[in-house]
Design a binder for this molecule. Structure first.
Ligand code: UDP
Ligand code: MG
Length: 328
C-alpha cells in the first residue's frame, strides 16, 4: 500500500540531515547503515532529505526503495544536474528539523560526528562545523589550489572562512531560515555560512577515504567554484584594474618623456618598431582582461535579474513530499 502524506506528518522532526547525491548509487545503502543508528541514538524524531542532483544511475530508485520501509528518509529529485551548492539550497528548503546537518554521501564525512555536533548545538552554538585536520587524501595540485584560494579569500573576501571548514556542519533552524531568505543565485555556501554569523564553533574530524565511486568534481568545476566564491564576496577583482590602469598610464607617460628627451639629445636611430608592437599588444591584453572581469560581474547581474528559480524539482519522495505546497 502506498503511504499517504499523513503518515509522514510526525511531530516536526528535531534533526534533519541533508545529503546531496549525484550518481552515488553504490554509497546510499552503506551510508544509511551507518547513519541511521547514529540518528536513532540522538532522537527518534529525525528525517533525512537526499537531494538527487540529476543522477543518471539508479540512485533515486535505491532511495525510493529504502524510503518505503523507512518513511523518515525522503528525497527531492532535480530534473537535471544543478550542482552541489544548489542541491544544498534545496535541502535547506525541504528540511524541517530544529537543527539541520549537511553531509556528503560518500562517507568521507563520518556520520558518528553528528553526535558531537548535536552536543555542541545543545551547548548553545547555532552553527557547528566539521573542521578537517588534514587534507592528505587530496592530490598535491588540489591542495595547492585550495591553499591559494583560501589565501586570496582571506586577503580580499568580506568575510573570513574558518580553516578547513567545509559543508559538513550542523545549522540551527534560525540560521537555516536566514540562509533560505538569501536570494543570490551564484551560491557559495561556505561564504554564506560565514556571512550569516551567529555563535559558531568547529569540531575537528579526519576525512575518510571515499567509499565507492569517484569524485564528482572536475578541475573545471572547482575553478568555477573558486571564482564564484571570490566574486560573490569581494569586489576587489573589479576594482583592482583601476589601480593597475593608473600605474600603467603613469609608466607609459614616463616612458614617452624618456624617449622624447633621448630623441632630442641624440636624435632618432629610427624606428622603435618592436617597442611599438609590444606596447600595443600589452595594452590590448590589459583591456581584454579588464573587459573580461567586468563581464564576469555583468554576467552575475544578468543571472540575478532573470529571477529564475534556483532549481527544478522533478519528483519528491517520502517525508520531503510534505514540503511541496510551501514552495513556488
Ligand atoms: N554532488 C552533487 N552534485 C554535483 C557534484 C557532487 O550533489 O554536481 C555531491 C556528491 O554526490 C557528494 C557530495 O556532493 O555527496 C560531494 O561530492 P564529492 O565527494 O564528489 O566531492 P569531493 O569529496 O571530492 O570534494
Ligand atoms: Mg567526497
Amino acid at each position: 500500500m502506498r503511504a499517504t502524506k499523513k503518515d509522514f506528518c510526525v511531530a516536526s522532526p528535531k534533526l534533519s540531515v541533508i545529503i546531496p547525491v549525484h550518481n552515488e548509487s553504490a554509497n546510499i545503502a552503506p551510508l544509511c547503515e551507518r547513519l541511521l543508528p547514529v540518528l536513532n541514538r540522538i532522537t527518534s524524531v529525525w528525517d533525512v532529505v537526499f537531494v538527487d542532483d540529476g543522477s543518471r544511475d539508479d540512485t533515486l530508485a535505491i532511495i525510493k526503495s529504502i524510503s518505503k520501509t523507512e518513511p523518515r528518509i525522503g528525497a527531492v529529485s532535480f530534473s537535471r544536474n544543478f550542482g552541489k551548492e544548489i542541491a544544498i539550497a534545496a535541502g535547506l528548503d525541504h528540511a524541517r528539523g530544529d537543527a539541520v546537518v549537511i553531509m556528503d554521501a560518500d562517507l568521507q564525512h563520518p556520520p558518528e560526528m553528528i553526535e558531537a555536533f548535536v552536543e555542541r548545538w545543545k551547548d548553545g552554538y547555532l552553527m557547528v562545523y566539521g573542521q578537517r585536520t588534514d587534507r592528505s587524501d587530496e592530490t598535491r595540485v588540489k591542495r595547492g589550489f585550495a591553499h591559494l584560494f583560501y589565501q586570496l579569500f582571506a586577503r580580499f573576501g568580506e568575510v573570513s572562512l574558518p580553516e578547513g571548514a567545509g559543508d559538513f556542519r550542523l545549522i540551527d533552524r534560525k540560521g537555516v531560515e536566514v540562509l533560505r531568505s538569501l536570494g543570490e543565485k551564484a551560491r557559495f555556501s561556505k561564504g554564506l555560512y560565514a556571512w550569516i554569523g551567529f555563535k559558531n564553533t568547529g569540531v575537528p574530524f579526519i576525512v575518510e577515504e571515499r567509499q565507492r565511486g569517484t569524485t564528482k568534481w572536475s578541475f573545471r568545476k572547482l575553478v568555477r567554484f573558486a571564482f564564484d566564491g571570490i566574486a560573490a564576496f569581494s569586489t576587489v577583482p573589479l576594482r583592482i584594474w583601476t589601480y593597475i590602469g593608473f600605474l600603467i598610464s603613469f609608466l607609459s607617460i614616463a616612458t614617452a618623456i624618456y624617449f622624447l628627451i633621448r630623441t632630442l639629445l641624440y636624435g632618432s636611430d629610427l624606428p622603435g618598431f618592436p617597442s611599438l608592437i609590444v606596447s600595443v599588444m600589452f595594452f590590448s591584453g590589459i583591456q581584454l582582461m579588464s573587459l573580461g572581469i567586468v563581464g564576469e560581474y555583468v554576467g552575475r547581474i544578468f543571472a540575478e535579474v532573470k529571477r529564475r528559480p534556483l532549481y527544478v524539482v522533478a519528483e519528491r519522495v517520502g517525508g520531503a513530499a510534505d514540503v511541496s505546497d510551501t514552495l513556488v
